[in-house]
Design a protein around this ligand. Sequence first.
Ligand code: S3P
Length: 444
Amino acid sequence: MHTSAPKPLTAHRAARLNGRLRVPGDKSISHRALIFGALATGVTRIRGLLEAEDVINTAKAVTALGAPASKIADVWEVKGRGVGGLRQPDGPLEFGNSGTGTRLMMGVIAGHPMTVTMTGDASLSKRPMRRVLGPLKQMGLEILDEGKETLPLAMRGTSELVPITYTLPVPSAQVKSAILIAGLHAAGETTVIEKEATRDHTERMLRFFGAEVRVVHKDGLTHITVKGDAEMHGRDVTVPGDPSSAAFLACAALIVQGSDVTIEGVLVNDTRIGLYTTLQEMGGDVTLLNRREDGGEPIADIRIRSSKLKGVHVPAERAPSMIDEYPVLAAIAAFATGETRMDGLAELKVKESDRLAATAAGLHANGVAARVEGDSLIVTGTGAVKGGGTVQTHLDHRIAMAFLTMGLASDQPVTVDDTAMIATSFPEFRGLMEQLGARYGEQA
Ligand code: S3P
């Protein structure tokens, strides 16, 4: 929980960024590896787990539920209890800033006859849970604070979950995953229907752990079915580098003149790399090299050289594959020439902050012309950014990192009001940026 004093930080103009490095493990895959490890029988060993606050909270949660997760030498081990085999925790489960941890674990709790209270920080306690609670209630989850739809929440699961077929009203991998995880515990087949493809790590990893998952594409929709009363077995998982963390380094390298940066071993699953496609369309020198597979996911090394960028239209259909990357894309669109229009951003309003509003406000504070029109963000780039402003981060790690990226190439330094919550997803952010040649300081 971030109850400590805020830690402001200022980004100064950098000379150039150079080097080869790796980013820490993917956040989405790290949460899932811990959770599926807990639901499998036997031991799961995880290499490259992201050791950030959000994921550590999930590790603590599975431990409290009777599936101890701990680090032995370089590898995390989870002693699984099997689907339906977890036990009632002694106290509330605390999820800090993490919507993913919370929502995926709601799917787990739904399938166990136990009463659990879930809590989170000020940001998480504002985020909508109805999107997950609605379908889970249809399956049999009981919410003890009837009518309440935000954390803290007390709920009771059941060993008699009913399978459902559910069409996602919002493109959300978290909601999809919560239902599929609950479906592992139900008697029969549970199907989630998606209109827009969202990240598919749950489907891939459930199969890898031995669950039966069927994916059918029909009439422009994707039907994902999981077979209930599932049996899963402990596995060895390798977590690839997080493309959402790599995004900050890549965007920084594009806007700081003379830069040449290679990020090794990054996850390049199609459902995650919309940003990199967009950067290429903007004229960015971004190459995916040495494509290979690791742990059932495609990975590559990404080389980025600074480039002259032009404004582009980012279509709404691309949003799920780059949903966490819009703040940093908007920040670097300010250095492009011409307008960058990003459509279909409704989901940005319900992230760790209202990212649509927070991004526009941060741009305005630094002299960038940007406007929100409904669910679209339009940034007018002039090739240069004045800077000199202080950005309100609203407990949102990605807002902080996006503007600490922008400040590396703006005329005046850019300050963010807090950086403490960067530790929720990417504690190494400042160190890795500085390793490339970035300059940060506590004073403007
Ligand atoms: C995530 C899904 C996305 C993303 C989040 C991680 C996941 O959220 O924003 O950072 O691991 O499933 P939604 O699926 O709610 O859009």
